[in-house]
Design a protein around this ligand. Structure first.
Ligand code: BGC
Length: 451
């Protein structure tokens, strides 16, 4: 009850709409006709002239009477947006009447992460300043300077620790490079006061963890960075912070575990949660169990031609329903956002399996009223720890429950064409779930669906 109240207050404060509004666009969901799904793909009305090999399973064939441009489409994890300004790409988010985005509330999560780090420092102030110089030094691993979730997390940490500086009305999220002497202009020295004693807080270094081939959020790059940083100013590093657990665990394993330096990440991947017992400082659950459900559920609803809120804010006939303490829907952004939860030494035991589906939405749909449908879904980078070890296993658990025959495509994290090349025959699918390499590139996909 209390938890719910807090999230309602938060959502109201953010000016969000809490109830998922029904989609009244409708009218273009493929007929959920059981016999039809057993037939081979019929000819589409003029689109995709070339017949090709169907890479998917034989279980379900798409309804042939819906143009690709009208099929349900969900963007997930990487919100169509301008990677320089963060402005949402509303053309992509409104591609057709059954287009949505599923992610999580980046600002709420970023604030939680920053607060978690600050509270940890305050609670451990007696031992945290390893070299006793009165300065709490931290290093920060940045995932992708053009990804709005990464930007929010960098800002959240700088805001909580007082190290952020203003740039055009928001906290500057640029990497600082190295700032061991505190002279950088991208960040400033912050201050924390505990028990009447003041400490300086300094961002000693931060960089985007992008590998030479161009893959972002790169764990191996973060492992190398902590090696470089620690060998030149290791005694100044009191805290390690990362935009995600993939990079955070790489730094923890490479250096901070053996040096007893608390390390904080984001995602609540199972390995990071387990590491809390060994000194990993904490992480944030972005409720991937709710996001993975929403990703497939909006497609299911659109394919069934039912109100989009079914099994989300409104219970379906199997009893699946989400409460408003775990997600919000913003109609004007066509976006569902899961809410985040901090995972620390106090509660990590509740989060040990990140691939466990969320109980309130774990009921099997009946295939006689929810016929099997084919979905094309891609993961931008097969090497992404969060998507690979948490999100995709969850999707794979939910696809059976929702009677969706999902073809999973793994990208290389570097080029969009590596993925779009495998969307050559959209007519073979009933719906699409897309995770772009770069948030600016929605048109690379919608242009294929519009042909
Ligand atoms: C996750 C990261 C992941 C990224 C991929 C973020 O939401 O926290 O771990 O690398 O999504 O887009």
């Amino acid at each position: 009850m209390k938890k719910k109240f807090i999230s309602v207050t938060l959502a109201l404060a953010l000016g969000l709409s809490l109830t998922a509004c029904g989609n009244n666009g409708g009218g273009n969901a493929p007929a959920d006709n059981k016999e039809e799904t057993q037939k081979p793909a019929a000819d589409d009305a003029g689109d995709d002239a070339d017949a090709g090999e169907d890479a998917g399973s034989e279980d379900a064939a798409p309804s042939g009477d819906v143009a690709n441009k009208d099929k349900p489409l969900v963007w997930f994890n990487r919100q169509p947006s301008n990677s320089s300004t963060g402005e949402l790409d509303s053309a992509a988010l409104n591609f057709n009447a059954n287009t949505y985005y599923v992610g999580f509330d980046a600002n709420q999560g970023a604030e939680l992460q920053g607060t978690m780090v600050k509270e940890y420092i305050e609670a451990h102030i007696d031992e945290i300043d390893r070299n006793g110089d009165g300065t709490i030094g931290y290093v920060l691993a940045i995932g992708d300077i053009g990804h709005n979730d990464s930007i929010a997390r960098t800002r959240g940490v700088r805001k909580a620790l007082g190290t952020g500086v203003d740039k055009d009305g928001s906290i500057n999220s640029d990497p600082v490079g190295t700032n061991t002497d505190g002279t950088a202009t991208v960040v400033q020295d912050g201050e924390i006061e505990v028990g009447g004693k003041k400490y300086v807080v300094r961002e000693l270094a931060s960089q985007e963890m992008k590998n030479p081939q161009g893959a972002t959020w790169d764990a191996a790059t973060a492992g190398n960075a902590i090696g470089t940083w620690s060998s030149s100013f290791g005694d100044q590093i009191d805290v390690v912070v990362s935009n995600n657990d993939g990079m955070g665990m790489s730094m923890f394993n490479a250096w901070s575990n053996s040096n007893k330096v608390p390390t904080f990440g984001y995602d609540a991947n199972s390995d990071a949660v387990a590491a809390i017992a060994e000194g990993y400082g904490g992480t944030i659950s972005q409720h991937a169990d709710v996001q993975a459900y929403l990703t497939l559920r909006v497609l299911r609803n659109a394919l069934d031609g039912v109100d989009i809120d079914t099994g989300i804010g409104t219970a379906d006939e199997a009893g699946n329903v989400l409460t408003d303490d775990v997600y919000v829907y913003r109609e004007e952004e066509r976006s569902y956002y899961a809410l985040n939860v901090a995972v620390t030494a106090d509660n990590y035991q509740d989060f040990t399996d990140s691939t466990k589906i969320y109980d309130p939405v774990s009921n099997q749909l009946d295939e006689s009223s929810h016929a099997k449908k084919k979905v094309w879904l891609n993961i931008y980078n097969s090497g992404d720890n969060f998507l690979g070890s948490t999100y995709q296993p969850l999707l794979q658990n939910y696809d059976d429950i929702l009677n969706l025959d999902v073809e999973y495509i793994a990208g290389d994290g570097q080029t969009e064409s590596n993925i779009t090349n495998r969307l050559a025959e959209p007519k073979n699918y009933d719906a699409f779930a897309i995770n772009m390499v770069k948030t600016d590139n929605a048109a690379s996909y919608t242009s294929l669906l519009s042909q």
